[in-house]
Design a protein around this ligand. Structure first.
Ligand SMILES: NC(=O)c1ccc[n+]([C@@H]2O[C@H](COP(=O)([O-])OP(=O)(O)OC[C@H]3O[C@@H](n4cnc5c(N)ncnc54)[C@H](OP(=O)(O)O)[C@@H]3O)[C@@H](O)[C@H]2O)c1
Length: 259
């Protein structure tokens, strides 16, 4: 077999349908582009229509198949409505990337019930409900990939982790429970763990050059993350080649977590 055919057998996402929540910005946008360029038809999900339109327009201009669904994943009803719209685009998904996330960062003593509920709803409940909705179909078809996006704060307290750290710790536990449930049917469930990535989520921290420099110095590589750093790992975990990898957390952090 020639090398391109061999690589394609391992990593091509041709004929796959992928959903990327939070796919209109930052890390999710990087992942959406990677999956689409690897061959998947991609549905990006977020609230803001302008960014969704811009993302799908860019993907289409690259020759990819892409569509968007505007939905608020902060409530059960919003997630259900999103799922109903998602399947109207390219049918049932083979790949689900749960990347939409919020980090409100109030100090623990000032964390309101609203902050707590909203953080857990977007960062944890939505990934659970979307997985529960789509994984049984993946299992029936014998192939599925669920990829969550967690955080260093699942493993260590850092920059007012508050409810955010709690939600991300639980998200990695969710991946393990899902892996236990669905892996026997060809549906793997894994988590990508970013370091510090320069995205709108971190606008406040990123606006301080000393903080940005200090965080870069905590990596082995010597720089902070970029959305494109997630491309290879996302394609790998979405592809056939990762069939025997499940329930794992893969750190994409330049060594931040090992330093
Ligand atoms: N950046 C980092 O350093 C870093 C580090 C560790 C982990 N992470 C994680 O990586 C993921 C992506 O973060 P990012 O840095 O790329 O952030 P980002 O650029 O702010 O993107 C967040 C995405 O989530 C969507 N979103 C937020 N709330 C939503 C809601 N209620 N319903 C639907 N969509 C919603 C946003 O779109 P709308 O606002 O239009 O809805 C946007 O597409 C998050 O889960 C985050 O926790 C990031």
């Amino acid at each position: 077999m020639t090398s391109p055919a061999y690589l394609s057998g391992l990593f091509s996402l041709d004929d796959r349908v992928a959903v990327v929540t939070g796919g209109s910005s930052g890390i999710g946008r990087g992942i959406a582009e990677a999956l689409a360029r690897a061959g998947a038809s991609v549905v990006v999900v977020a609230r803001g229509k302008e960014a969704l339109e811009a993302t799908t327009a860019q993907l289409t201009s690259l020759g990819c198949r892409a569509a968007w669904v505007s939905a608020d994943l902060g409530s059960r009803a919003g997630v259900r409505a999103a799922a109903d719209e998602i399947v109207k685009e390219f049918g049932e998904p083979d790949i689900l990337v749960n990347c939409a996330g919020i980090n409100l960062r109030p100090p623990m003593s000032e964390l309101t019930e609203h902050d707590w509920d909203l953080t857990l709803a977007v960062n944890l409940q939505a990934p659970h409900l979307l997985s529960q909705r789509f994984a049984p179909g993946m299992a029936e078809r014998g192939f599925g990939r669920i990829i969550h996006v967690s955080s260093q704060q699942a493993h260590r307290a850092f920059a007012h982790s508050g409810a955010y750290g709690v939600s991300k710790g639980a998200l990695e536990s969710l991946a393990r429970s899902q892996a236990e449930e669905w892996s026997p049917y060809g549906v793997t469930c894994n988590t990508l763990v970013p370091g510090f990535v320069l995205t709108p989520l971190n606008a406040r921290l990123s606006s301080d050059p000393d903080t940005v420099r200090a965080l870069a110095a905590r990596t082995f590589i010597g720089r902070n993350g970029l959305p494109e750093d997630f491309a290879g790992a996302a394609v790998f975990l979405a592809s056939r080649s990762s069939a025997y990898i499940t329930g794992q957390s893969l750190f994409i952090d330049g060594g931040f977590s090992s330093h």
